[in-house]
Ligand binder design. Structure first.
Ligand code: AHR
Length: 503
């Protein structure tokens, strides 16, 4: 079989927004408490309360944006609970209490979260409560965060709480999953609520992007109705979100061969989610002014596979299957950078498709973390077209979903302003390595190449507290000539960064 990949230098869908490499941190289970946050008085090394090992590791992948404080948690969250002296903050039975029996201590609130973002060099994306608080209350949160120093009482309160300068929060979600946990609204009702909030909130000075609640996965009718209701009033949201998770019955440690391919096909369905929801948006926004934010995505496995064995709600282990899902999903987003303006993998630590597992003194980078590291040079680069001649797997029969064939080698490419080319490849074949020839058309791939490959003898292997580096990338730097071949091990992810040699 011919296994050729040609990078098309003259074909581009634009710049890959760094926000596609975004993250999500919710107050749920073990994400914050004993995950990101250990507290300033902890014996665990920390930077103003945040786990230092995590901060140091996270910085290395250049995180662009972090969404907070939910998720569903956001829909019962009152921001005023999380400001002022920590010892005086209230304890609350929050949205997730019936699931995880945790009472929210509010030790991490607005100031702490903004500090975390500053420490890691990411922008904050705040998800505001549209379901249970009045619009004025949310507007006040925006004013508290963004009003210039000294201009208002809320700005003074921010200064009294330790931060004179505005936080400058640009991205605001208005509601979360309002088709479900955010109030079980109809699309029409959600659109009307969004417009009510947005009208009030946008009467503040300063530039913000407000994000309306989009579809649950492939619910294109929700997208259409939201857009139609807003269009009738001449309104376009700052952006429209969409959430999509994939999962199978098996656990990360126990999946079968069939479940490997099932999960990858489900992940590949992200193409349909983006393209079909975008087509519905196009009916009301043909100029494509409104970007799509996939502000929750990832694998959602059976609960209880993580180190806490179910204590941390939705905490799960991960391995090369999750890494390949990460890789092919990010390739899909790169290739749709003209319509996807942001994406946030759910969630950062001790939950779902996590980059980190942590507890007490233990801290582990998952295979998903390593994929983000392999892909980081795509951020802000110009996406390049790719001709992929490596074959496909036949999708499963499904009456509900028109799955597209899964590429044997999922790939995307980009070129940074300095000429550096990044090519990221995932071999989706569980058992067979692939020998791939890489060449450029309209440009050359000849240059010095940093090749990093993430793979494992057994795709079920996870990084654990006992063996934290079981799955870790192997790196080499070589002279690469246009048309050379590389071997992609079975079930692997490879990042190639080529610094071209001037011809
Ligand atoms: O990520 C966990 C939950 O999944 C979020 O709170 C919610 O938005 C989604 O259903």
């Amino acid at each position: 079989m011919k296994n050729d990949i040609t990078v098309l230098f003259a074909q581009s869908r634009g710049t890959i927004n760094p926000n596609i490499y975004g993250h999500f941190t919710e107050h749920i289970g073990g994400v914050f408490y004993d995950g990101l946050w250990v507290g300033e008085d902890s014996p665990i090394e920390n930077v103003r309360g945040f786990r230092k090992a995590l901060v140091d590791s996270f910085k290395k992948i250049n995180p662009s944006i972090v969404r907070w404080p939910g998720g569903c948690f956001a829909e019962t969250y009152d921001w005023r609970d999380g400001i002022g002296p920590r010892e005086k903050r209230p304890r609350r039975i929050n949205w997730w209490y019936n699931w995880d029996r945790r009472v929210e201590s509010n030790q991490v609130g607005t100031h702490e979260f903004m500090d975390f973002c500053e420490q890691v060099g990411a922008q904050p994306y705040v998800a505001a409560n549209m379901t249970t608080l009045p619009a004025l209350h949310i507007r006040n949160w925006m004013e508290y965060c963004n009003a210039p120093a000294h201009v208002s009482t809320l700005a003074d309160e921010r200064a009294a709480n330790g931060h004179e300068a505005p936080f400058g929060v640009r991205y605001w979600g208005i509601g979360n999953e309002n088709w479900g946990g955010g109030g079980n609204m109809s699309a029409e009702m959600c659109a009307r609520e969004y417009m009510r909030f947005d009208t009030i909130c946008s009467s503040l000075p300063g530039e913000t992007v407000t994000v309306a609640c989009g579809a649950n996965g492939h619910d294109v009718s929700w997208t259409r109705e939201m857009m139609r209701t807003m269009a009738q009033k001449g309104v376009r949201p700052g952006a429209l979100s969409v959430h999509y998770y994939c999962g199978t019955a098996g656990t990360p440690q126990e999946f079968t061969d069939d479940e490997w391919y099932q999960l990858l096909h489900q992940a590949n369905y992200m193409q349909n989610i983006v393209d079909d929801n975008r087509a519905a948006m196009d009916e009301f926004d043909p100029e494509r002014e409104v970007m799509m934010y996939v502000d929750e995505w990832g694998c959602w496995h059976k609960d209880g596979s993580g180190p806490s064995k179910g204590y941390n709600l939705f905490e799960q282990q991960s391995n090369m299957r999750d890494a390949v899902v990460t890789a092919l999903t990010l390739n899909i987003f790169n290739d749709r950078c003209d319509v996807v303006g942001m994406a946030n993998v759910a969630q950062l630590c001790n939950n779902l498709h996590a980059l980190y597992l942590a507890s007490g003194e233990h801290f582990v980078e998952t295979p998903t973390y390593h994929v983000f590291d392999l892909y980081k040079t795509h951020q802000g680069a110009r996406q390049l077209g790719v001709m992929n001649e490596c074959g496909t797997f036949t999708p499963p029969e499904d009456k509900q979903r028109a799955y597209k064939p899964l590429d044997r080698v999922s790939v995307s490419a980009s070129q940074a302003a300095d000429g550096t080319v990044t090519i990221t490849l995932a071999n989706t074949d569980l058992h067979e390595p692939v020998r791939v020839t890489l060449r450029g058309a309209g440009g050359s791939l000849t240059g010095r190449a940093l090749m990093r490959t993430l793979s494992s003898e057994d795709a079920h292997t996870c990084n654990t507290f006992e063996n934290p580096t079981a799955v870790t990338p192997v790196e080499r730097t070589i002279d690469f000539a246009d048309g050379d071949a590389l071997i992609l091990p079975a079930a692997s992810v490879t990042g190639v960064v080529i610094t071209p040699i001037a011809q």
